[in-house]
Write a protein that binds this ligand. Structure first.
Ligand code: ADP
Ligand code: AMP
Length: 216
């Protein structure tokens, strides 16, 4: 099964993808996570990508598309995958289509997590991430049992530097300019499911599983 999760930053793509990949036994592929890992490890890709990620700009397609396609061809993606954060502009959507066509991957679902701006800002400013296992928390909505410590692996939680208020504003503008047209692209193809992601996480996952026919 192939699922593309679309939605603004903070819509809950990562949160939903982590639950879905366990339920559906497919892998979660987040281009944001791959880039953050590359930055942390100081690879050539990470060095190049860092200046864009810090500013909340899109990393150039020439870097991201190749990176995403390499990840999609890994063995663990053979049974299916959930794409989170890709495609993020029309050119990425078109190259993903070409990749799907040339690999015979014709059946996929696109789920759009629709979210209001007020919700986005509250979610992004309160988001905390585990430094080690990337588990996602929220200071109010999804607090860890012990403040600042990951429930799963006991490592420290941190606030993503691009979750500062000024960078959030830029990321939302970039989303409107570059990524919102991708929503229209899949809608024209008759591929899009809209889900109200302002709801609590359990309701969102229920709606997704129902749409996928996996709610039993
Ligand atoms: P995205 O991957 O779309 O940027 P995340 O999954 O990282 O978004 O979620 C952003 C923040 O909002 C996180 O702190 C997460 O814990 C919280 N969150 C996600 N979905 C919900 C929800 N349905 N209700 C409340 N908080 C949520
Ligand atoms: P995310 O974790 O999805 O919020 O992404 C964090 C940052 O990584 C974004 O603000 C971009 O700088 C970069 N990024 C992630 N995915 C992409 C993509 N598909 N294309 C370009 N840049 C990306």
């Amino acid at each position: 099964m192939i699922i593309i999760l679309l939605g603004p930053p903070g819509a809950g793509k990562g949160t939903q993808a982590k639950i879905l990949c366990q339920r559906l036994k497919i892998v979660h592929i987040s281009t944001g996570d791959i880039l953050r890992e590359a930055i942390k490890s100081n690879t050539a890709l990470g060095q190049e990508a860092a200046k864009y990620v810090e500013r909340g700009e899109l990393v150039p397609d020439s870097l991201v598309t190749k990176m995403a396609q390499e990840r999609l061809t890994c063995d663990d993606a053979k049974e299916g995958f959930i794409l989170d954060g890709f495609p993020r502009n029309l050119s990425q959507a078109e190259s993903l289509d070409e990749f799907f066509n040339s690999n015979g991957l014709l059946d996929y679902s696109v789920i759009y997590l629709e979210t209001s701006e007020t919700t986005i800002i509250k979610r992004l400013t309160g988001r905390r991430i585990c430094k080690n296992c990337q588990a996602v928390y929220h200071l109010i909505n999804v607090p860890s049992r012990k403040e600042g410590i990951c429930d799963t692996c006991g490592s420290e939680l941190y606030q993503r530097p691009d979750d500062s208020e000024s960078t959030i504003k830029n990321r939302l503008q970039v989303y409107e300019r570059m990524t919102a047209p991708v929503v229209a692209y899949y809608s024209h193809k008759g591929k899009l499911l809209h889900i109200s992601a302002d709801n609590e996480a359990e309701k969102v996952i229920e709606a997704i599983l129902k749409f996928l026919g996996k709610d039993s």
